[in-house]
Write a protein that binds this ligand. Structure first.
Ligand code: CA
Length: 423
């Protein structure tokens, strides 16, 4: 049987070369459809959602436990482990192949199991157990450091020795399309004698990838590179909304708190680590050499193109404001996970790790408005006199990401969010 990543595979449903969801991808999500059935697990294929619960009921798919795909999250499926993930993906790939009549020539099952994407409502794919946000792009950390501390002290002394992160809020991780209310908080702009409480004035996005952890680790135990890798189920696009002015006043000495706690948006399809395998690359050279527990032997970065578009309420079409690549990250997701567990911190099924803002070396590769507008000093002209330093009410942000194969792409769909005014 050919491997599900084989570029030569074809699906019996026509899939455009520009689609994010060819047969080589098969990302998992949670959807509901117009028929009013409860949310359940599906896989994206071209312009359709393949209903795994229907396949399971028809005895076409067996993960050893009935009802796993009738659940409103992927957590129970993820808990079954990497062997089951791999076997299931291979079976789904087989069912969708152009030369397999099983589903192709069964109109009744096709009718039940293939839901047009346009008729599906996509939900948060996982029950988020914990959310951790890292800070692992050297370009991003350097840009922010130069802005606030000057060129000579841009990186803090610890930055090159470990993936810096903090424990964020799982409660406000939301699905793409969820509208986000402008946060309120304590503000003390430069020059103000005392703080005041009010709506954030320097609202920003952060372009990140999210790692979905699919296996637990025990409290007190460290992870090797291979163990950490095996625990990663897949990846999503992640917008870590940020209130820069709230952050600036509150972050000393314990780091960000309310500035990052009001919303984090993720894309609905979890692209599996296995589907991204052909796009693995080595990350940047790490100098100084990381401590032994953080050393990696394998290429743990991905050649994954990323784009950010902004559409203000008065604009017809969005404008692209950033184009960068996940491959630039200094610390890999595997190193982040190894470091996360290194103290003895237990990891859970459904943990979400934000990569940190992804910026590249070029000016057009900056993954936040803080960097794009250089802390508000270089306003960005979008179109016809619409200018931005930070986000305004009614602005809609959308991220796209994909790995480009020969004649196909393994894509992530979209994460979108629109700003509502503060109450
Ligand atoms: Ca972040």
């Amino acid at each position: 049987m050919p491997h599900p990543n084989d570029p030569a595979l074809r699906c019996f449903i026509p899939v455009d070369a520009s689609s994010d969801f060819p047969i080589q991808n098969l990302p998992y999500g949670v959807f509901s459809s117009k028929d009013g059935l409860a949310p359940r697990v599906g896989v994206a294929i071209g312009a359709y959602v393949l209903d795994l619960w229907e396949l399971e009921q028809d005895c076409r798919l067996d993960v050893g436990e009935l009802g796993i795909f009738a659940a409103p999250t992927l957590n129970a499926f993820m808990a079954l482990g990497p062997k089951v993930w791999s076997r299931t993906r291979a079976r789904i790939s087989q069912l969708l192949r152009h030369d397999n009549p099983e589903l192709r020539d069964n109109p009744a099952l096709r009718e039940r199991a293939l839901v047009p994407m346009a008729e599906a409502r996509l939900h948060l794919p996982i029950a988020v157990a914990g959310y951790t946000d890292f800070y692992s792009s050297k370009e991003h950390a350097t840009n922010v450091g130069v802005m606030f501390r000057g060129k000579d002290h841009a990186l803090q002394p610890n930055w090159l020795h470990m993936p810096i992160g903090y424990n964020g809020r799982a409660s406000t991780v939301v699905a793409s399309g969820t509208k986000v209310r402008r946060p309120r908080g304590q503000l003390k702009p430069p020059g103000a004698e005392v703080p005041s409480f009010g709506p954030c004035k320097r609202l920003d996005f952060e372009l990140e990838m999210g790692v979905v952890v699919g296996q637990p680790s025990a409290m007190g135990e460290m992870l090797t590179e291979t163990q950490a890798e095996d625990m990663i189920f897949g990846f999503v696009l992640l917008n870590d909304w940020s209130a820069r002015d709230i952050q600036q006043w509150e972050y000393v000495p314990l780091g960000p708190f309310q500035a990052k706690a009001f919303a984090t948006s993720i894309s609905p399809w979890v692209v599996t680590r296995e589907a991204l395998q052909p796009f693995r690359v080595h990350g940047p050279q790490q100098d100084p050499t990381p401590l032994p527990y953080l050393r990696q032997l394998q290429p743990n970065n991905y050649d994954l193109q990323l784009e950010v578009e902004l559409r203000a309420a008065q604009m017809q079409e969005p404008v692209r404001i950033c184009r960068t690549n996940f491959k630039y990250m200094y610390w890999s997701s595997v190193q982040q996970l190894v470091h996360h567990a290194s103290s003895g911190c237990a990891m859970n099924v459904g943990d979400l790790l934000g990569s940190g803002t992804i910026s590249g070396p070029g000016k057009h590769e900056r993954g936040s408005l803080l960097e794009i507008s250089w802390n508000g000093t270089e306003p960005l002209e979008l179109v016809g006199g619409v200018v931005r330093t930070f986000l305004e009410d009614g602005d809609s942000l959308s991220f796209h990401g994909w790995c480009q194969g020969e004649g196909y792409r393994v894509g992530f769909g979209e994460v979108e969010g629109t700003m509502l005014p503060a109450e």
